[in-house]
Design a protein around this ligand. Sequence first.
Ligand SMILES: Cc1cc2nc3c(=O)[nH]c(=O)nc-3n(C[C@H](O)[C@H](O)[C@H](O)COP(=O)(O)OP(=O)(O)OC[C@H]3O[C@@H](n4cnc5c(N)ncnc54)[C@H](O)[C@@H]3O)c2cc1C
Length: 295
Amino acid sequence: MMSFDYFDPRTLDQATGLLRAAGGKASLLAGGTDLLVQMKEHARRPEQVIDLKKIPGLDDFAYDAKRGLVLGALVTTRQVETSPVTLRHYAGLAKASTDFASIQVRHRATVVGNVCRASPSADTLPPLIADGAVLRIHGSAGQRRCAVQDFCTGPGRTTLAPDEIVTHIEIPPPPPRTGKAYIKHGRRAQMELATVGVAVRLTLADDGRVADLGIVLAAVAPTPLHAIQAEAALRGQRPTADRLAAAAQAASAEARPIGDVRGSADYRREMVRVLTRRALEQAIQQATHDAEARA
Ligand SMILES: Cc1cc2nc3c(=O)[nH]c(=O)nc-3n(C[C@H](O)[C@H](O)[C@H](O)COP(=O)(O)OP(=O)(O)OC[C@H]3O[C@@H](n4cnc5c(N)ncnc54)[C@H](O)[C@@H]3O)c2cc1C
C-alpha cells in the first residue's frame, strides 16, 4: 500500500474544502470495499483520503409514507438488507443488497459507495433507477440534486465534480398495488458480480392493467440500462402471458452487452429475456398481493 494523508473532517464544508484544495488528488472513503482494494492494487493512487464517517447526518435512515425513504451516504447494504421498511416498500433494493458480496463486506459497503463506483454491474443501481431515486449532492458551489438515472456517464464515471459529495439518496414512496423485484444472475450464488441483473418496479391500476413500471438492466451496457421499449410494451396493458413475453423480448433487444469471462454477449441477451419475464412475474405477484392486502 502506498502512503497517503488521511483526514476525517467533522462537517461537509470541511470535506468539500479538502477536496477543493486537493485539486482532484483526493478520494472519499465510505466503507472502503472498493477504494481500498483499488489502492492495494495500485489502480488508484490518491494523495489524500478523506473519511466521511465522522460527519453527522450521513447515517440518516428515515422513511415517511408521503416523502419516501432517505438513505445517508453511510448507510450500509446490510442495513438495507435487514430493514423492515426496505423489505416492505423497496423489495428490489433489499434483494440487491442481499445478493451482494459476503456478509462481512455488506456490513461495510455503503449503497452510496456502490452508486459512486458506477460499475456497470453494480447491484443497487438498477433498483434505485427503477424506483426513481434522486441523489442529494453537496459541493463548494452549494447543493444540487441528480436523478440516479442521469448520474453514471460510463464505467466508473459519474457527473460528480472533484469537490462534490453525495450526501443522501431519496427514494419516492411506492403507490398502492406496487410490486418490485431484482434478479441477479452470476456464475455462483455469492461473492460474484452480476453477469446480468434485472430490476422491475410495477404498479397495477384498479382494473388490473399496468399503470406504470420501470425495467432496468445491469451488466449489459456501459451504464445501467433503462429498457424503455420493454416498458412501453406493457404500460396501460393487461399483463397477459403474451405481453410479458413481448416485453421480455424487447428488453433483450435493447441490451447492448459485451462478451467477457462471465458470459458471451448472446448468453447475456438470452438471460435478459428469461430474467426480465421472471422479474415481471414476481413484481406482478407482489403488486396483486398488495392490492388484496389493502382491499
Ligand atoms: C469481495 C467483494 C465483493 C463485492 N461484491 C459486490 C457485489 O456483489 N455487487 C456489487 O455491486 N459490488 C460488489 N463489490 C463492490 C463494493 O463492495 C461496492 O461497490 C460497495 O457498495 C462500495 O461501497 P463502499 O462504502 O465500500 O465504497 P468506498 O470503497 O468507500 O467508495 C467507493 C467509491 O465511491 C466514492 N465515494 C464513496 N462515498 C462517496 C460519497 N458519499 N460521495 C462521493 N463519492 C463517494 C469513493 O471515493 C470511491 O471512489 C464487492 C467488493 C468486494 C471487495
